[in-house]
Write a protein that binds this ligand. Structure first.
Ligand SMILES: Cc1cc2nc3c(=O)[nH]c(=O)nc-3n(C[C@H](O)[C@H](O)[C@H](O)COP(=O)(O)OP(=O)(O)OC[C@H]3O[C@@H](n4cnc5c(N)ncnc54)[C@H](O)[C@@H]3O)c2cc1C
Length: 556
């Protein structure tokens, strides 16, 4: 039986994920060629979705002329990544960062200047100053409006569930409306993956499935789509944990410390003077000096107001309600910090789809940008710059190639599997409870400290979860169905992470890949990437080791 009841749209470029990277890619694609058709599949609503709405107070990497250089940035980030960084992509990002910032400014984004017209540039990297403060509560709505005005077609509430290929050629993707379950097919000449990292990975201390640091709609879909289409992944052993405000998991550290706040351990020792790294705070916390706290009672009223102004507008308006609810006034109270859940991310970390300086993956016509890709610790600057780079190269690719016919067998297979999921209404376990358990097991076995025994247990559990997703989990409606697709991706990411963590037989990045059975860093054997590709089935992960790409010649 053929299932043909779905609309098919055509695009020159399909962008999956309309967050920071995706929206910038869409804008750039239209700038490159206003006549080309640019479609975004966005799981949420492009006006508010993605990391920007989680609070963005700076463009973390800008090589400001006269202040710093792209070369210095590469040297600095090499230290921060403990050597696991492909230098050419990071150089390219830093090289275009100043032009990116000026472009944003010309669109009305506010980068405050002092009385001398100087930007506020903070030092948050091991060497050099690159972090330019930004005060723009309307950043995402402003970018979304620009994309729509340029004629980008944004299909909101639509989760990309499968990349389509015809033979070896990329043909487009299947999207599914997360409310109605309706499918839409996009036949595209090129695809840019901008679906963020895996925010819903470990379970946060607050016990809420969605109360995570990163954007909770990001469930590693971009990683899984790329992997299943044959792209290379790297850095899945880099299981991040941040150290920020307890329970709400919202940022505030540098906003307060750079304005004179104190950072104290539970034993009242001061830490603010050492410009604390996440790594050093986590070490304090776990060496029985936690929790750390922020104290501002000594600050003058104008400084407190300045901090509140950023935290309650540019960051997240919900912060104001949170502190009120906890009875915390910055003039008298303290803010308790705590480790976040563990998560996977290219923008903060080293996890992602492998791309070159043109944002190309190893699958022709498939590009990636932002937290879904590996431009190590690129943050918002990386998402914006590589969003642009991906769009430029995808536009060229689309202009040079004809659209590929869809392989209807592949579509039929997906539709049949969907029907089978929809027949799971008699199963006993609600998908939310199942997700809770999957993520609790990630905490037990993949969250560092790791060792071979724990990682093998993780793999055993993930195989079992894969089976139980079909035999135990209840699918009552389309909402349940889309949650099942998300959990399937979380399980796949956990498998990838356990395999990569097992393969890297050393410890690196402090707690983030700490192996109790291999506690030392071993540059002689492990200063390289662990690269993952799909085996005969998604659960069979192939591993390879690849060298770190270095800058050549004058930029070294
Ligand atoms: C709390 C927080 C504060 C930060 N602060 C700063 C800062 O001050 N300065 C800085 O430089 N960086 C900061 N960063 C990092 C920076 O925000 C990110 O690196 C960057 O925004 C990532 O952009 P992205 O497009 O890759 O991901 P996102 O902006 O998260 O976008 C991903 C999008 O993909 C969509 N999506 C996911 N799956 C699918 C799917 N299957 N189909 C369709 N759509 C999908 C999501 O809905 C989302 O809209 C911060 C990050 C966080 C979480």
């Amino acid at each position: 039986m053929r299932i043909t009841d779905y609309p098919v749209i055509d695009a020159d470029i399909l962008i999956i994920g309309g967050g920071s990277a995706g929206i910038m890619a869409a804008i750039r694609a239209k700038e490159m060629n206003p006549d080309q058709k640019v479609v975004i599949f966005e799981k949420g609503e492009i006006k508010y979705s993605g990391c920007i709405a989680r609070g963005m107070d700076a463009l973390n990497i800008v090589a400001l002329p006269g202040v710093s250089t792209p070369e210095l940035y590469v040297a600095s980030n090499r230290i921060a990544c403990e050597g696991i960084m492909d230098e050419p992509v990071n150089y390219r990002m830093a090289q275009r960062s100043w032009a990116m910032m000026k472009k944003l400014e010309s669109w009305g984004v506010c980068f405050p200047v002092d009385e001398n017209g100087e930007y506020e540039v903070l030092q948050v990297h091991p060497k050099g100053k690159f972090c330019v403060t930004m005060k723009e509560p309307e950043l995402k709505t402003l970018l979304a409006k620009r994309a729509i005005d340029l004629g980008v077609s944004a299909i909101n509430r639509t989760m990309a569930v499968k990349l389509l290929k015809n033979g070896e050629q990329l043909a487009g993707a299947i999207g599914m409306n997360v409310r109605t379950g309706e499918n839409i097919l996009c036949r595209a000449k090129s695809v840019i993956l901008c679906a963020g990292g895996t925010a819903r990975f470990g379970l946060p201390n607050n016990g809420n499935l969605y109360g995570v640091y990163d954007f909770p709609g990001n469930t590693g879909d971009g990683y899984c789509l790329a992997y299943k289409a044959g792209a290379e992944l790297s850095g899945f052993e880099y299981t991040l944990i941040y150290y920020i405000v307890k329970d709400i998991n919202a940022p505030l550290l540098y906003i307060t410390l750079t304005r004179g706040a104190n950072l104290l351990t539970a034993l009242d020792e001061h830490r603010e003077k050492d410009h604390p790294s996440i790594k050093s705070m986590l070490l304090d916390h776990f060496k029985e000096k936690g929790p750390l706290r922020i104290r501002m009672s000594h600050l003058p009223e104008n400084k407190i107001k300045e901090i509140e102004d950023i935290l309650f507008t540019t960051e997240r308006p919900v912060c104001e309600r949170f502190y009120k609810g906890r009875g915390i006034d910055f003039r008298s109270g303290e803010i308790e910090l705590w480790p976040t859940e563990t998560f996977l991310c290219g923008g903060h970390g080293l996890t992602g789809i492998r791309v070159n300086e043109n944002a190309e993956t190893c699958v022709p016509g498939l590009y990636a940008a932002g937290d879904a890709s590996l431009v190590a610790r690129g943050h918002l600057s990386g998402a914006f710059v590589f969003g642009e780079i991906a769009a430029e190269n995808a536009s060229e690719y689309a202009a040079a190639n004809e659209a590929v016919e869809l392989d209807t067998d592949q579509v039929d297979d997906f539709m049949k599997a969907k029907q089978s999921r929809l027949s799971q209404s008699g199963n006993p376990i609600p998908v939310e409870e199942f997700e809770y358990k999957v993520r609790r097991i990630i905490n037990d076995y993949i969250r560092p400290p790791k060792n071979e025994y724990k990682l093998n247990r993780a793999l055993w559990w993930m195989d079992r979860f894969r089976r139980e997703l079909a035999t135990m989990v209840r699918v009552n409606d389309m909402h349940d169905l889309f949650k099942v697709y998300e959990v399937e991706n979380i399980i796949q990411c956990a498998t990838l992470s356990a395999v990569a963590s097992n393969e890297r037989k050393e410890s690196r990045w402090g707690l983030w890949h700490y192996r109790s059975d291999y506690p030392d860093r071993d540059d002689q054997n492990w200063l390289k990437h662990i690269v993952l590709t799909i085996g005969d089935v998604p659960e069979n992960v192939e591993t390879a080791h690849k060298k770190i790409e270095k800058l050549e010649g004058e930029h070294q």
